[in-house]
Design a protein around this ligand. Structure first.
Ligand SMILES: O=C(O)CCC(=O)C(=O)O
Ligand SMILES: [Fe+2]
Length: 677
């Protein structure tokens, strides 16, 4: 009750404040225009005064002095009320400064620009009535004077002042809802920003994605890049997981050829300062500049550090929130966006790491918009790592080339089974580029293999209702996030199985790598599949199946766009073949074989007699690094036989990944326990 009363009181106050600002704005324009126009046409006016219309001259000068004194009085009064209404005050001041500048620079200012500025000011402050009245007065004052256009321009301006700005017709938000107060305010205070957001919103609706360039100022961008690189350098990004989640409880696994990024989830809180005693992982209340609250839901792995050193991330999220909310103001289906995930900071380390085609929200998991932001200042064509979106623009809108595509954004079109045209749009991951798209099935996407380290920040904005529904069926937001990841891997597995089946039917001559794949092609060897020994272990889960079956793909990709052919593949369960057996590929010396029996899982690596370094990583991965120079500790000479069980891994399957760069081959073997994914 008290709360409601206070709310009403605040609304009344804000109405009063607005009225007073409107009066002030109207008077200001009246005053400035009167001076300005009198100044410009003083000879006419003097002539006019002397010859015919004393009353008008009186009215003009009266209006001048009255306006001046009222204006000053009002101005002072407003200053006295001061800081409380800081934001509106500042906007008004800025707008009035603009009018003043336009009016007091005769060279650049004509009566028309001055009048136009007043019209804009009225719209900007939501004072259309008051401004129209002021301009009507000006028109009347100049009626019958020379030159005649002043009066008619002022009359036209008075009529224009009554019109709502163009973008207002498309406003989707309920501006009376206090939840949107700050957005409404932003829209009215800065019509040019509103116009810009309106354009982005229309593009998003038409294309299902929109690209925004130059999102951050240079110094903020540099700061953010510095922070992201530090997080990476400090080891705060971990290999992206395709399923599992809770540290220690579930098995995690990594398929670099499906998803090769290193990931960290962060909110924008600074790291714990031990002197302040503040809780390290607390999620702060959002400030006015950062009004979309985070949810805890994206904290898929609480073992990861979530604190952040530096101000760049906060500055970025604040800008992103504002932008998304401004765009959402024009898009009916975005009205229920109320929260977003934490920042997912990713690094694709190069070596052709990629993320295969997928949807972020295939089955109503609550994600409404995906927002990607890139941080690669030195990116050049040929570096790879472009994001490729597969979009089918809204049929009801014109569906030609993407409206916002620049020189580097490529688009190609191909018909879908339903007959509509799917476009593949390839966007370079250049620093300061933001890509916003619908997270659902409208926008499948992939990250093309990257040859250089590639950094990005990804956020998801949630639809409150869909998210609540999804959480209700999942249990908690935390479990929901796990399900989202599992969903994702399930689809990726299906995809891989499909492409494998396809690859077995594809003749070798079609298995040509694109130039983008070359660095991999020369180093890659054929994969192993699990051996045939029967065992009584529980049926493999989808995830373990994936790990086993995808050993047949070693990251060699086609550049055909939609469906990745798997150029060299051995059917699951078949004996190992070397890539050198497969026509069209550079033979290599490397080979490995995975054998599995009831009580052992063995990988045998033949590196042609070169030394290898073995590293067992938290009981889940075995890294086998083969180097031309033996690097130290646990090194041995191949052929090397690794018994996963003997290494304490108790594994039933082993997937192997190659990362090849400048002569170093790393075999990453991952053991998965049954029933744990
Ligand atoms: O980094 C990118 O460009 C896209 C990442 C992505 O699609 C994802 O993480 O779901
Ligand atoms: Fe994605």
């Amino acid at each position: 009750m008290i709360h409601q009363h206070r709310q009403q009181e605040r609304e009344r106050e804000s109405q009063r404040e607005k009225k007073s600002h409107c009066m002030q704005a109207g008077m200001h324009c009246r005053y400035m225009l009167t001076i300005d126009l009198s100044d410009m046409y003083w000879s006419d006016i003097i002539l006019f005064l002397l010859s015919r219309c004393l009353s008008l001259s009186l009215s003009l000068s009266l209006s001048l002095s009255l306006s001046l004194s009222l204006s000053l009085g009002c101005w002072q009064g407003e200053w006295a009320r001061g800081a409380r209404h800081g934001r509106h005050r500042k906007a008004l001041k800025k707008a009035l400064d603009g009018v003043e500048r336009a009016l007091t620079q005769p060279k650049s200012s004509t009566p028309d620009t001055a009048l136009k500025r007043c019209v804009e000011l009225g719209q900007q402050l939501g004072c259309v009535e008051e401004m129209a009245a002021a301009l009507t007065e000006i028109a009347q004052a100049f009626q019958g004077t020379q030159p005649a256009p002043v009066a008619s321009s002022a009359a036209a301006a008075a009529a224009a002042a009554k019109q709502q700005p163009h973008w207002q017709h498309d406003l989707a938000l309920d501006s009376t809802n206090p939840r949107y107060a700050h957005v409404s305010q932003l829209l009215t205070e800065a019509p040019d920003v509103a116009e810009y957001a309106h354009g982005l919103a229309l593009t998003l609706q038409r294309q299902h994605y929109v690209v925004v360039d130059r999102v951050l100022d240079d110094h903020v961008l540099r700061q953010f890049i510095h922070e992201v690189k530090s997080a990476h350098r400090d080891g705060n990004l971990k290999p992206g997981q395709l399923a599992g989640g809770r540290a220690g409880a579930n098995t995690k696994y990594v398929l670099g050829h499906v998803r090769g990024d290193q990931v960290g989830w962060f909110n924008q809180d600074p790291c714990h300062d031990s002197s302040s005693g503040r809780a390290e992982l607390a999620i702060t209340e959002e400030t006015a500049s950062d009004p979309t609250p985070t949810t805890e839901s994206a904290q898929a792995d609480r073992s990861q550090p979530r604190c952040w050193q530096g101000s760049g991330l906060r500055a970025f999220t604040s800008r992103m929130n504002t932008l998304v909310q401004l765009i959402a103001a024009f898009v009916p289906e975005l009205q229920r966006i109320e929260s977003r995930s934490e920042a997912m900071i990713t690094c694709y380390p190069g070596n052709s790491t990629r993320y295969i085609r997928h949807c972020d929200n295939p089955h109503r998991n609550g994600r409404k918009l995906t927002v990607l932001f890139y941080l690669n200042e030195e990116w050049q064509p040929g570096d790879g790592g472009e994001v490729r979106l597969f979009v089918t623009p809204d049929e009801h809108q014109h569906a030609a080339a993407p409206a916002d595509s620049d020189d580097e954004t490529e688009a190609s079109a191909s018909p879908t089974p339903s007959g509509s045209v799917e476009q593949a749009v390839t966007i370079p991951p250049r620093a300061n580029t933001m890509v916003i798209f619908f997270s659902d099935r409208r926008v499948p996407h992939e990250v093309l293999p990257t040859n250089v380290p590639r950094f990005a920040a990804t956020h998801w904005f949630y639809d409150a209702d869909e998210r609540a529904e999804a959480e209700a069926s999942a249990g908690t937001a935390f479990e929901l996030d796990q399900q989202i990841e599992e969903e994702r891997i399930r689809r990726e597995i299906e995809k891989f199985e499909a492409t494998q089946a396809q690859a077995q039917m594809v003749p070798a001559k079609n298995q040509v790598n694109s130039p983008r794949d070359e660095p991999m092609a020369s180093d890659v060897i054929a994969a192993a599949a699990t051996g045939g020994a029967s065992h009584n272990k529980p049926a493999m889960t989808a995830a373990t199946t994936a790990a086993a079956s995808t050993t047949a793909d070693l990251g060699m990709t086609s550049d055909s766009g939609r469906d990745e052919a798997t150029p060299v593949s051995a059917p699951v369960g078949s004996p190992i073949e070397s890539a050198s057996d497969s026509p069209g590929h550079t033979p290599t010396a490397w080979s490995h074989r995975v054998q599995k029996s009831d009580d052992a899982l063995i990988v045998r690596v033949d590196t042609d007699g070169l030394p290898v370094e073995v590293h067992v990583d938290n009981e889940q991965y075995i890294s086998i690094t083969v180097k031309s120079q033996a690097p130290g500790t646990l090194s041995t000479r191949s052929p090397l036989v690794l018994d996963a069980k003997a290494l304490g891994m108790d594994a039933t399957t082993l997937s192997v990944k190659h990362i090849a760069k400048s002569g170093v081959i790393k075999l990453k073997a991952q053991a998965l326990r049954p029933g744990n994914t």
